[in-house]
Write a protein of this length. Structure first.
Length: 335
């Protein structure tokens, strides 16, 4: 009897276990699993993630060569860790260098019929040039982004300070002020920094003073750093924050008026350069080369008048215009 009862109990337990195994997963767990797999797919699909998993462990020895790059990444707003960015730099540099070393000699040897050894030397030079260009590009891109963000912040800081002064005068707390800045209908450059402050307070559990101190260390704008440090001091000392922000607003508006006058003077000088270098100069050069070509003038070294005319028309003038537009974009205020 005892043996039969024990056998029946074991059989019942086995049936319960088999039922649980055959039970289909609940509907609530399926989307989570699918979402997790999708997030993993997106994470591994990013170039920096692929580079980090491929060569991230081998870049520890060269991280000391990129000391300033981590701070530039934080200031530029690029959401990529330093080691992942360095891994991406190394991987892209290797791919570009190998491609240049393989393509340039083959192109010179098979298409232009250049001997093998000179073609090989050209390939080595192209490989070195591509490596240097890639590393300089990856190193300079965060600096360019940080400088652009700095210019946008300093263009908008008078309006940002005035907005904060209005909210502070109305009795709004500092946390609510930066939450409001992060959710503007027309986002400003400071909205990105305000979102970081709100994230540090709400997600990481920091107090508002610690979050402001952290942001003042990583912002690329000296004026924003000065304003945040002064705002922290007024909170610490219990002073009148509204009066402080109103004073900073008047100060920054005066500085903005001065910068706009300087920009007006610089713009007039650039207009003179544009007329001289990209309108009058090329026009005289084109006329001179066209006359030389019709009269059968001699070559200027290895360049004939027809080739010089084509280079000036299709290469010199467009490149000069592009350079001028880049310079103009770099100095033009957004407000």
């Amino acid at each position: 009897m005892k043996g039969n009862m024990l056998f029946e109990r074991i059989r019942a337990l086995f049936e319960q276990f088999e039922t649980r195994i055959r039970k289909p997963p609940s509907k609530s767990t399926r989307p989570d699993n699918a979402e997790t797999q999708e997030n993993h797919g997106h994470a591994f699909g990013k170039p920096q993630s692929i580079a980090y998993h491929a060569i991230g462990g081998r870049t520890a020895g060269i991280l000391t060569l990129f000391k300033d790059l981590g701070l530039n990444l934080q200031r530029s707003g690029i959401r990529i860790p330093l080691r992942a960015y360095v891994s991406l730099t190394v991987l892209v540099t290797i791919i570009i260098s190998v491609s240049a070393f393989a393509i340039v000699p083959c192109l010179l040897f098979f298409v232009f019929r250049i001997p093998l050894f000179p073609a090989f030397l050209f390939g080595v030079g192209a490989c070195m040039f591509a490596s240097a260009f890639s590393i300089i590009g990856f190193y300079a891109y965060p600096i360019y982004r940080a400088d652009k963000h700095k210019r946008n912040l300093e263009d908008e800081i008078p309006f940002t300070t005035g907005y904060m002064a209005i909210l502070t005068s109305a009795g709004v707390s500092p946390e609510k002020i930066f939450h409001s800045l992060s959710n503007l209908s027309l986002p400003l450059a400071v909205s990105t920094d305000a979102k970081d402050i709100v994230r540090d307070v709400n997600l990481f559990g920091k107090d508002i003073i610690s979050a402001l101190e952290e942001k003042s260390k990583t912002t690329p704008s000296e004026r924003l750093r000065e304003m945040l440090e002064g705002f922290i001091s007024t909170i610490h000392s219990g002073s009148n924050s509204a009066a402080y922000l109103r004073e900073k607003y008047r100060q920054y508006m005066k500085l903005k008026n001065i910068s706009l006058k300087k920009f007006s003077d610089t713009l007039s000088v650039l207009a003179e350069f544009y007329v001289t270098l990209l309108l009058t100069g090329p026009l005289l050069l084109v006329i001179m080369l066209a006359v030389m070509s019709m009269l059968g003038g001699g070559n200027l070294g290895l360049l004939s008048p027809d080739l010089l005319l084509s280079l000036v028309t299709y290469l010199g003038i467009p490149l000069g215009a592009i350079v001028f537009l880049v310079i103009l974009d770099a100095i033009t205020p957004t407000w």
